[in-house]
Design a protein around this ligand. Sequence first.
Ligand code: RB5
Length: 151
Amino acid sequence: MKIAIGSDHGGFESKKIVVDALQKLGHKVVDMGTTSEESTDYPDYAKKVGKAVALGRADRGVLICGTGIGMSIAANKIPGIRAAVVWNVKTASLASEHNCANVLCLSGRFIKPSLLPKMIKAWIKTPFAGGRHQRRIRKISKLEKELCKPR
Ligand code: RB5
């Protein structure tokens, strides 16, 4: 798969670990910044990665900020994006199994670095369960269509 990745300064160090983990799993990674620990604004990277996924230029995305929260709030404004904040291996796998999350949001400050590759693997390898979860995803898409009208 082609995976777009972005972080702010709070996720910069963790991004290197995640890029490495994704490449080891055989994926093509497109790094959309940031490029240093200099302070920057997470919505800029959520926009880049979210748009890449929403427009089909990447299959999935990973976003990392201090907590993962700001990235998820911003990315979920983009129609078609289901961005999930996850904090351990189980929630990472459930983000795929139940939520079909196409963007994974991680904390660079509250997740042990050694856990990141395991979380990434769980999210990538776990299939979407469909069934009742598909119905719920459809309801989210409907909500989006009702409320995100083109201006
Ligand atoms: C930056 O200090 C921090 O606010 C940001 O990385 C993120 O945690 C926001 O949700």
